[in-house]
Design a protein around this ligand. Structure first.
Ligand SMILES: [Zn+2]
Length: 200
């Protein structure tokens, strides 16, 4: 199973900014993406990241990377912004059956992790570049609104970002029908997998 994680924005493109503390969307989504990568690798999935540091990567390049690699799914991670005081999580899908299934599963796991947060649901949007020009099931998540002071404060806490990554991970595992009730890997088996992933 090959998963491309696309942390939105980066470098000169900071994306949205936190209304409370100026937190950069580009920094938050990279952090969530790196946490997600660690979790997926622990479950034996192969992971490609469109960026692993604070650099600008164009949208066509992000799609090209995933298409050339032959990813099974593409997960673009963003944090939302609006001039209103909107709050909540939403997951975008291109509308294809598999993309919708993946979006539903990730959205379900996010709502399960954060029952107190507004659930804005799964939305079809065919105009989002990375959903349109990737050739595999692709979704774009907006975990919360940086323009909302409370959600800005909330997502500035590392544990919130870890839980967001865990929710996406569980949704991806659900999509691939990977059964979590199987016996857990031993610590030694986990280390071997991480070393293999790092090419050690
Ligand atoms: Zn964004």
């Amino acid at each position: 199973m090959k998963v491309t994680i696309d942390a939105g924005h980066g470098g000169s493109d900071s994306g949205a900014r936190g209304r409370f503390n100026g937190y950069f969307e580009s920094h938050g989504v990279l952090d969530i993406g790196l946490r997600l990568k660690s979790l997926l690798v622990l479950h034996g999935l192969q992971v490609q990241m469109t960026r692993e540091d604070d650099t600008f990567i164009s949208l066509p390049e992000r799609c090209r990377m995933a298409n050339d690699w032959g990813a099974d799914v593409f997960i673009s991670i963003h944090l939302n912004s609006h001039t209103s005081n909107a709050a909540g999580c939403e997951v975008f899908t291109s509308g294809s059956t598999k993309s919708r299934d993946l979006a539903n599963k990730v959205g379900y796991r996010h709502a399960e992790a954060f029952p107190q947060q507004t659930n804005r649901g799964v939305k079809t949007n065919n105009s989002l570049y990375v959903l349109r020009y990737t050739s595999m099931p692709a979704i774009l998540t907006e975990g919360c609104f940086l323009s909302n002071v409370e959600e800005n404060k909330w997502v500035s806490i590392p544990d919130t970002r870890q839980q967001m990554a865990q929710a996406i991970c569980l949704g991806v595992l659900d999509y691939f029908n990977i059964n979590l009730s199987k016996p857990e890997l031993t610590l030694e088996e986990r280390v071997v997998r991480i070393e293999k992933h790092l090419g050690l």
